[in-house]
Ligand binder design. Structure first.
Ligand SMILES: NC(=O)c1ccc[n+]([C@@H]2O[C@H](COP(=O)([O-])OP(=O)(O)OC[C@H]3O[C@@H](n4cnc5c(N)ncnc54)[C@H](O)[C@@H]3O)[C@@H](O)[C@H]2O)c1
Length: 345
């Protein structure tokens, strides 16, 4: 429908809920009509023309919204998604899509018509460095991917004086790998364009001593032979995002990432063109530096275009979300001690 204005609701008005609101406000065809948070203080900042709800259930059933943005603790993500889809409401849900793949599985059957949209928030796909790398990989200029090595880490499980749900298995489902490493695994799956079949891992929680992991190390291989390594860490005292993609005729090196905290450093992509017979291991490179985090606005733009029927959901589909969740569980279970402790296997 031309010039339609969508009624939008946000559930969970913490760090990300507020961030989403600031972006949604910039869209002329979106109007936030309702917000829900069980913490009444979080709702103090909301304008009077926006309806306030405590529990998300009330908002979804009674606000009359057509689109909902879900930014709740992981424990509620699948439940809120389910209730909203059952009401025929378009859903944008932050990662992780659920605590477990089992919790996520029933969601697929609820996308009953192609017009009803569900998108998961994997905003890293829309970072300018990732878009540039994807363009280079797809051009085949540097050949096929041989291997990937990634480190994504922060210095604690709980940041920004937030509540402690991230440190509890019952609330979060997992630790740093599910919370932050999920973005890098999603990028690895996106670049590899195929699942990882072979997975080895070490998963630990003996530094922060929560019942979720504070470090996860994995070595993985796809069926066509692309090898990837990841270290997802909550003991990375200087925050770090670093991903190296080795291709047949060069490499792409991500250094830093522009985020709200600015603690991951400048966002750069170094493009290396290798001529091993001539360059003596010192190939030419070109460094691209990106000045702005465009990921949040680009991600919402794609979602709204899909809701309006202008395009499909390209990133953060249900199928991608469940593949990433299954890979995370493969990593957890590949460590025999971790599997015995938390999966009875
Ligand atoms: N894409 C990204 O890069 C990114 C970054 C950070 C967080 N996230 C995800 O966003 C989600 C929220 O994270 P956050 O950092 O904003 O957490 P947060 O703790 O700051 O916010 C969660 C909010 O939900 C509220 N809440 C809890 N139970 C509720 C209920 N039953 N009904 C209504 N509100 C309720 C809390 O009071 C809190 O204000 C998580 O799933 C997280 O993984 C995504």
């Amino acid at each position: 429908m031309k010039n339609k204005k969508y009624k939008v609701a946000i559930i969970g008005y913490g760090v990300v809920g507020k961030k989403r609101h600031s972006i949604i406000k910039t869209y002329k065809n979106l109007r936030v009509i309702a917000v829900s948070d069980i913490n009444v203080k979080a709702l103090n900042e909301i304008n009077d023309d926006i309806k306030r709800y405590s529990h998300y259930n009330d908002l979804i059933k009674n606000s009359g919204c057509e689109i909902v943005f879900i930014s709740l603790p992981n424990r509620y993500a699948a439940d809120a998604t389910k209730i909203a889809l059952n009401q025929g409401i378009h859903v944008f849900c932050e990662k992780p899509p659920a605590r477990t793949s089992k919790e996520l599985t029933p969601i697929k059957g609820l996308i009953q018509t192609p017009e009803l949209k569900l998108k998961y928030g994997f905003n890293h796909r829309y970072h300018a460095s990732v878009l540039k790398a994807s363009e280079i990989i797809n051009s085949n200029k540097l050949g096929q991917i041989v291997a990937m090595r990634g480190i994504y880490g922060k210095s604690k499980i709980i940041s920004f004086d937030q509540s402690d749900w991230r440190s509890k298995r019952s609330e979060a489902g997992g630790g740093i790998l599910l919370d932050q490493g999920i973005h890098m695994l999603d990028l690895m799956l996106f670049f590899a364009k195929e699942p990882f079949k072979k997975v080895f891992s070490i998963v630990k929680n003996d530094f922060w001593n929560h019942d979720v992991e504070d470090n996860a190390y994995a070595l993985m291989e796809t069926s066509s032979g692309v090898v990837a390594q990841i270290h997802s860490s909550a003991t990375q005292w200087r925050h770090k995002f670093n991903l190296e993609i080795i291709l047949e005729r060069g490499a792409l090196v991500f250094g830093g990432l522009l985020t709200g905290s600015k603690s991951y450093g400048d966002e750069t992509l170094t493009v290396i063109e290798a001529k091993p017979d001539e360059d003596k291991g010192m190939p030419k490179d070109r460094i691209y530096k990106f000045e702005r985090d465009i990921s949040w606005e680009e991600e919402i733009k794609e979602f709204i275009n899909a809701v309006e029927g202008k395009q499909d959901i390209l990133h953060g589909t249900y199928d991608e979300a469940i593949s990433t969740m299954k890979l995370i569980e493969q990593i957890y279970k590949a460590d025999k001690l971790w599997a015995k402790k938390y999966y009875n296997s």
